[in-house]
Write a protein that binds this ligand. Structure first.
Ligand code: GAR
Length: 187
């Protein structure tokens, strides 16, 4: 059975949605949640759903092979980034070629890159005057938000839209599609 590890840095609402979607799934299992922030709410969510967690720091992530070794020891087949904000090091890319999937809260290639995450993305989209935004699910490579696009979905930006209201629309798209797209890639 393919095993997925989710990496997340914060709230973890997408991580929760993905764990719930695959709970009881006949062919795919979410078996780990990894996090770089000891106080991130995603850890509470994972514990409530009985998914084991591991916290790591910058040094172990970028200067050792602890994380790829840990993932291999746990028979992880795919990595899903669900609100994970650090660049993936080459050692992890080499360990999981074409098997790391990210979600970005805008229509890449626009509004991606270092520092573009969460509400910063929505603020930039609204400031630009664009009439639509959306989500991008893509494979991860050595640059922020540049790997091959797997799936996109759009939403309209209405008059008076704020970063908060746009975030709600984008989250709704994420919850609707992310787990299904992961399922399609993995199966
Ligand atoms: C999601 O909207 C995700 O697209 C975004 O962070 C949010 C995490 O929310 N990711 C990025 O901005 C990556 N550049 P969540 O923790 O509630 O799932």
């Amino acid at each position: 059975m393919p095993d997925i590890a989710i990496f997340a840095s914060g709230n973890g609402s997408n991580a929760q949605r993905i764990i719930e979607y695959f709970s009881g799934h006949p062919a795919i299992r979410v078996s780990l949640v990894l996090c770089n922030k000891p106080d991130a709410y995603v850890l509470t969510r994972a514990e409530k759903l009985s998914v084991p967690t591991r916290i790591f720091n910058r040094k172990s992530f970028y200067e050792t092979s602890e994380i790829p070794e840990f993932l291999k020891a746990n028979h992880i087949d795919y990595i899903v980034l669900a609100g994970f904000l650090w660049l993936i090091p080459q050692s992890l890319l080499n360990a999981y070629p074409g098997r790391i999937i990210n979600i970005h809260p805008a229509l890449l290639p626009a509004y991606g890159g270092k520092g573009m995450y969460g509400s910063k993305v929505h603020e930039a989209v609204i400031a630009s005057g664009d009439t639509e935004s959306g989500i991008t699910i893509h494979f991860v490579d050595e640059n922020y938000d540049e790997g091959r696009i797997i799936f996109q979905a759009k939403c309209k930006i209405d008059a008076g839209e704020t970063a908060e209201t746009l975030a709600e629309k984008v989250h709704a798209l994420e919850y609707r599609y992310f787990a299904e797209v992961i399922e399609r890639v993995v199966l």
